[in-house]
Design a protein around this ligand. Structure first.
Ligand code: ADE
Length: 224
């Protein structure tokens, strides 16, 4: 699977993909993540990628030309399943959306800044608009990193069977049960006896009950 991320701040995306599971996925050849500097596609001599909004108002608007040139160049090289614009007024990212995206081949992510991007970019190129939550960030780069992380960990072979993404919270509309590790007794704070019992069916039953309890308490909206 390949992600092409178009941004004015490519440096902001150096680190998120260079560690842990995302780094491993790329090394194994299961994910390719390519970051493009939007400024490389600016045609004016100041390399500017934004301008004043028509009709007045505060803030700058990102112009269509550099986005169009970059997207068209990429589309000339391969077919894309989706062109996603990260924006607080998009559909909120959740596990079913991450699951849907994880079976795609090639995805372009557009990161906005300033007051927004020219509406024509959204009308002409964008196939989906995704938000990572009801709060406003300074740009789409961190949301793009969040989306890539949520999706890449679902690609078969990225996680070992043991840590399979299928057992994640939200995959079955249940939050995870609490987990513990050594020591079994820390200053009198003990691990639940059941987890030390070696009785696997009883442990599974306990975990399920805990997951249901936690979901009822914290996210009753997930329980249908
Ligand atoms: N850009 C700025 N804020 C955002 C958000 N919450 N989700 C996606 N993109 C954004």
């Amino acid at each position: 699977m390949r992600f092409d991320i178009i941004t004015v701040l490519p440096g902001l995306l150096n680190s998120p993909f260079a560690h842990s599971i995302l780094q491993r996925a790329q090394k194994k050849g299961l994910a390719e993540i390519v970051v493009h500097n939007l400024r490389d596609y600016a045609t004016n001599k100041h390399k500017s990628v934004d301008d004043y909004p028509f009709g007045g108002g505060s803030g700058m608007v990102m112009t269509i030309e550099p986005f169009a040139l970059c997207i068209e160049k990429l589309k000339g090289e391969r077919d894309y399943d989706e062109v996603i614009f990260l924006t607080p007024d998009g559909v909120t990212l959740n596990q079913p959306i991450a699951n849907q995206l994880s079976i795609k081949q090639n995805i372009i992510l557009l990161c906005g800044h300033y007051k927004g991007i020219d509406q024509r970019i959204r009308d002409l190129f964008v196939t989906r608009e995704i938000s990572i939550g009801d709060y406003v960030l300074s740009g789409g780069e961190l949301p793009a990193a969040v989306l890539v992380d949520a999706v890449v960990r679902l690609i078969p072979g990225v996680l070992s069977d043991e840590t399979s993404a299928l057992s994640d919270s939200f995959q079955d509309d249940l939050l995870d049960a609490p987990v513990y590790t050594r020591p079994a007794d820390w200053n009198g704070h003990k691990v639940p006896d059941i987890l030390l019992s070696g009785n696997t069916p009883e442990i599974e039953k306990w975990r399920f009950e805990q997951a249901v309890e936690r979901t009822k308490e914290r996210r009753p909206d997930l329980l249908k």
